[in-house]
Design a binder for this molecule. Structure first.
Ligand SMILES: NC(=O)c1ccc[n+]([C@@H]2O[C@H](COP(=O)([O-])OP(=O)(O)OC[C@H]3O[C@@H](n4cnc5c(N)ncnc54)[C@H](O)[C@@H]3O)[C@@H](O)[C@H]2O)c1
Length: 256
């Protein structure tokens, strides 16, 4: 532990699994006091238990303003303030616009985009009360590159990246930095679900790994380490950035 986040209080959403869980663990290892929040309260509490100490596990639905308010109240009562928000919770619902129902579209956009608005808005005055803070977002390479049969997900992630930039401009006046990470394909339960929805899941998995010039899928740790940097004071002059962490996938044409 090098204490890069010593003294900071962080809320991580979607912390019961995958990238969010690893981010919560890494933040704690760097000295942050962490609230691990997830729609699935059992997994959130399991992450908090794995961290130990005074870590908090919260059952929190990022699509519900009431649930967010209750979770934030619990966090503030427990820690007395908040410095970092990681908007990470998300779902992927595959399909072209002809496959998606209006209900599925709304579910995707509510979970992946509106949630960032709701959670960040709720935390904003509390970040300001601490003299500023850091808002982080798990966007995606799909923020900039379309995927076939993934219309709602890609639209939600494009919006997530732009919303991050808007928060960066508005937050600059009050000491709030806002940055997003654009992961490539990361080895988590979400991507397993995506592969399983393809006609040949194993071929899809191998093909996805081979597409990354660095020769493998990403790990949750690859993304968590990027968030540690962006949340830390090392990134004190970094705001509005889209940090691509994708093993080179979107760098250019790959001839390997
Ligand atoms: N895995 C990838 O390849 C990849 C690539 C780019 C971006 N992402 C993004 O990373 C983030 C994390 O995904 P992951 O791969 O770790 O997936 P994951 O499925 O392992 O974890 C997502 C977590 O979010 C939680 N969640 C879902 N809806 C929620 C809600 N309404 N309120 C609170 N929590 C909710 C789930 O319960 C789950 O624990 C997502 O935003 C995803 O879009 C993932």
């Amino acid at each position: 532990m090098s204490g890069r986040l010593q003294g900071k209080v962080a809320l991580v959403t979607g912390a019961g699994s995958g990238i969010g869980k690893e981010t919560a663990l890494r933040f704690a290892a760097e000295g942050a006091r962490v609230a691990a929040a997830d729609l699935n309260g059992d997994t959130a509490r399991a992450t908090a238990a794995e961290i130990g100490g005074d870590a908090l596990g919260l059952e929190l639905n990022v699509t519900s303003a009431a649930s967010i308010a209750a979770g934030l109240d619990a966090l503030l009562a427990h820690f007395g303030g908040i410095d970092v928000v990681v908007n990470n919770a998300g779902v992927t619902i595959v399909g072209s616009i002809m496959d998606l129902t209006e209900e599925l579209w709304d579910r995707e956009l509510d979970t992946n985009l509106k949630s960032i608005f709701l959670v960040s808005k709720a935390a904003w005055p509390h970040l300001v009360a601490r003299g500023g803070g850091s808002i982080l977002v798990t966007a995606s390479i799909c923020s900039t590159h379309a995927l076939q049969n993934d219309a709602a997900y890609c639209a939600s992630k494009a919006g997530a990246a732009m919303l991050t930039q808007c928060m960066a401009l508005d937050g600059a006046k009050v000491g709030i930095r806002a940055n997003c990470v654009l992961p490539g394909f990361i080895d988590t339960p979400m991507i397993h679900g995506y592969f399983n929805d393809q006609p040949d899941p194993e071929a899809s998995r191998l093909g996805a790994a081979a597409m990354h010039p660095l020769g493998r899928l990403g790990s949750p740790r690859d993304i968590a380490d990027a968030f540690v940097y962006l949340a830390s004071d090392d990134a004190r002059w970094v705001t509005g950035t889209r940090l691509v962490v994708d093993g080179g996938l979107t760098t250019g044409l790959w001839g390997g």
